[in-house]
Design a protein around this ligand. Structure first.
Ligand SMILES: NC(=O)CC[C@H](N)C(=O)O
Length: 228
């Protein structure tokens, strides 16, 4: 599987994501600049975390006007897999590929810690290797991670099992319905605030994020972690 990692000015989790895909999962990952205008030959697109355009105006609000974004939208509309992590999630909501918005954390502070989550929907492209309602732990690192959507959007997300990850134990940022990650109706675009790419090797002290990537790559690779 050939995976594009979109790099914007200010992205800072692109290398972690590359290492997770390339070094841990042995898959073909390529950096693609925000200036590019084509995603031909890629099987999946991932938008990494960071501070695209310095988070000026609103997180993701400027990135979504980059050259590459119409291609990302086309890619998603074609039903191909798209994953947005943290700032990537923010960019996907700004681009209209996912509903709702990410607001400032309730405490108005940047929060960097490990969060407990439950896997609410394990029937997606990105979560099929988790058990239903499995409790996992992933790092979070954001200032604008409080998920907001209108009531009718929230009920649609709940009714259609589009909430994929929910904060467990405590809600760190004020997200409505404890939402940490959602998928679009079609099931090919996932956005999540926690960082699975920072939890893919025992050396990192946590492998709970590895199955997000393994689920997508299922059957196509034998990961190093799995062979240990
Ligand atoms: N780690 C990240 O992607 C940070 C996301 C975003 N810039 C925020 O602080 O909310």
């Amino acid at each position: 599987m050939r995976i594009a990692i979109i790099v914007f000015p200010g992205s800072n989790c692109d290398v972690d994501l590359f290492e997770a895909l390339h070094s841990v999962c042995n898959t073909d990952a390529q950096y693609v600049s925000y200036r590019e205008k084509s995603l031909a030959d890629f099987d999946a697109v991932m938008i990494p975390g960071g501070f695209s355009y310095g988070d000026y105006l609103r997180c993701g609000a400027i990135a979504r006007f980059s050259n590459i974004m119409p291609e990302v939208v086309k890619f998603a509309r074609a039903g191909k897999p798209v994953l947005g992590i943290c700032n990537g999630f923010q960019i996907l909501t700004e681009a209209g590929l996912l509903p709702g918005a990410l607001k400032k954390n309730n405490n108005l502070k940047f929060i960097c810690k490990t969060a407990a989550l439950t896997v609410e929907n394990n029937a997606t492209l990105f979560t099929k290797q988790y058990h239903s309602k499995e409790k996992i732990y992933l790092p979070i690192a954001h200032a604008d991670g409080s998920y907001y959507a209108e009531k009718n959007v929230l009920s649609q997300l709940e009714d259609q099992q589009q909430v994929v990850f929910r904060y467990a134990d405590e809600n760190p940022n004020g997200s409505l319905n404890n939402i940490a990650g959602i998928i679009n109706e079609r099931g090919n675009v996932l956005g999540m605030m926690p960082h699975p790419e920072r939890a893919v090797e025992s050396l990192l002290g946590n492998v709970d994020g590895l199955r997000v990537f393994k689920s997508l790559l299922e059957g196509k690779v034998r990961t190093k972690e799995a062979s240990r």
